[in-house]
Design a protein around this ligand. Structure first.
Ligand SMILES: C[S@@+](CC[C@H](N)C(=O)[O-])C[C@H]1O[C@@H](n2cnc3c(N)ncnc32)[C@H](O)[C@@H]1O
Length: 228
């Protein structure tokens, strides 16, 4: 766990408090109208006050709190490891429960076939490998239960740099050395998977893909996968 916590602190830029604040600030963007439409389309049939929903890598718990407004009796569980995210959680709804665990190799055992919906929003690229988690999810999800997975996917270096350094002409202006090292490391960390790597892996782990769509000009993917 300690090793993963250190990895995450580094991946999140070294300053935990700042990373937690950034997660709060990015909440609306990461759960925008397109996300909500996708969620609604694939999850509405599974949502009720009797539902069990888990948010994997839930950050500061804002999505679960939003769900709790609509479903105050649903069982809403967030998984999170980073201490600065856990510390930044405030005013969690009464039906939101948080589990501190390393999702690379979760120690948690939820009852078999007890979960209706699992969300992994921007988590998978931060894991050392996702297979152990996918296997657990297959046990936890009810047959027919849905995994919604959103994440950054592989993109050309030129596009990534354009996004990171928009407006900077690299021929005439060299960015700060540390910022460059950081950008190139993040390029690797945000470019682990092609969308088809993730869908193929999910199929291999026993999921059926019901939708996979790219967004952010191909820099990210949204997948709905059914546990069969
Ligand atoms: C990019 S943030 C996204 C947060 C939130 N899902 C959202 O969309 O706003 C990824 C989250 O996953 C958590 N995370 C990454 N690796 C994890 C692990 N191995 N175990 C538990 N949580 C992890 C991070 O600490 C972070 O809060």
């Amino acid at each position: 766990m300690q090793e993963t916590t250190e990895y995450l602190r580094h991946h999140h830029g070294g300053d935990g408090q700042k990373a937690a604040e950034k997660t709060v600030q990015s909440y609306a963007k990461n759960h925008d109208a397109d996300f909500q439409a996708f969620w609604q389309h694939h999850c509405a049939a599974h949502l009720s006050d009797q539902a069990s929903v888990i948010d994997l890598g839930c950050g500061t718990g804002l999505w679960l709190n939003q769900l709790a407004q609509q479903y105050p009796h649903a069982t809403l569980t967030g998984f999170e490891l980073a201490p600065y995210m856990l510390e930044r959680m405030e005013d969690l709804a009464a039906n939101v429960n948080i589990i501190c665990d390393d999702l690379n190799n979760p120690a948690t055992e939820l009852p078999q076939h007890s979960v209706d919906i699992a969300l992994a929003n921007l988590l998978i690229h931060e894991l050392h490998q996702p297979v152990t988690l996918f296997s657990k999810l297959r046990r936890w999800l009810k047959p027919g239960g849905v995994l919604v997975l959103c994440d950054m996917v592989r993109q050309p270096l030129a596009d990534y740099l354009q996004h990171q350094y928009s407006g900077i002409d690299l021929a005439s202006q060299t960015p700060d050395y540390d910022a460059l090292v950081d950008a190139f490391q993040h390029f690797q960390e945000h470019n682990r998977y092609h969308p088809e790597d993730i869908t193929a892996l999910l199929r291999q782990c026993g999921f059926e893909i019901s939708a996979a769509e790219t967004f952010k000009n191909g820099r990210a993917v949204r997948i709905a996968a059914i546990s069969v």
